[in-house]
Ligand binder design. Sequence first.
Ligand SMILES: Cc1cc2nc3c(=O)[nH]c(=O)nc-3n(C[C@H](O)[C@H](O)[C@H](O)COP(=O)(O)OP(=O)(O)OC[C@H]3O[C@@H](n4cnc5c(N)ncnc54)[C@H](O)[C@@H]3O)c2cc1C
Length: 294
Amino acid sequence: MKKLEKYGKLLKNVDLQKYNTYHLSASCEYLFFPKDVINLIESLKYLKNKKIPYFILGNGSNVILPSNCFKGVIIKLDNLTNVNINENIVNCEAGVLISHLVRECVNHDLKGLEWAIGIPGTVGACVFNNAGAYKSEIFDFIKNVTILNENFEIKKLDKKIIAHSYRNTMFKEVKKYVIISVELELMFGNKEKSNELIIDRAKRRVSTQPIFYPNAGSVFRNPEGLYVGKLIEDLGLKNYHINDAYISEKHANFIINKGKATYEDITKLIEIVKQKVKEEYNIDLVCEQEIIKW
Ligand SMILES: Cc1cc2nc3c(=O)[nH]c(=O)nc-3n(C[C@H](O)[C@H](O)[C@H](O)COP(=O)(O)OP(=O)(O)OC[C@H]3O[C@@H](n4cnc5c(N)ncnc54)[C@H](O)[C@@H]3O)c2cc1C
């Protein structure tokens, strides 16, 4: 494992509580930050060769991490932070936080991404999930995505060949590619107007979402034409809890950690909500958050 140190920063026996927005207690044998794409490729080849398991973690804002220790290497792309803007074409590496990208674009008088302010995720994972809000999604603006394939070769995929839908993509379905960057096409706009929109979106989030408690965003995808938060609220489930994992009083499609919630508490709560929604409305809810098993 010493060899990985050549390719980036390597930490041993790491507590992952601060690396996931639910603040769940989780841990891994190794946490690794490759220096750049070339070093990422070398490290992935090394890990594959040695048959050492790895997992790419973004900002941990859409995952429910298990309590047991991950026997392998968690890779974080925090050093992949290049943003290149040429006219209205934006190239952005996977490790950039989407809120940072929004501000960069607005500073260049480019509009289109304001809806993403307040999403605490990386650009790589936003592409992976087709993140969206307020009737927009990142695939509305994507031209192509650069990935590492199963053999760790760099490939540029045109948007046309990337299957995607509401909060879903083929990257999420197959989980075999590493997203390293994305090219977006935005519209020419005006800083002041974009900033007004950003303030409006941020205010809406503060007034409707329980952002002052640890959470991982919406728990379930909205069934077509319906708001899942309303369905859950109508079942009287606001404040329903398992130990410290609560259905938020503010927004019933959020689970919040009021202290020491665990993976088991949150996943049990999710199952109960799914079951009650099925019984009452005959709807099969799909979880938007990723329940990780390792
Ligand atoms: C308060 C709050 C509000 C939110 N609001 C929204 C919202 O409005 N809209 C929305 O869509 N989401 C929202 N989310 C959810 C979340 O922020 C997004 O899903 C985001 O895309 C996750 O980014 P992340 O970097 O934290 O990913 P993580 O949770 O770290 O990872 C998610 C998945 O992506 C994979 N992944 C990460 N990076 C890569 C990569 N480079 N290549 C391949 N796979 C990768 C991981 O392996 C994992 O499977 C919200 C979350 C919170 C906490």
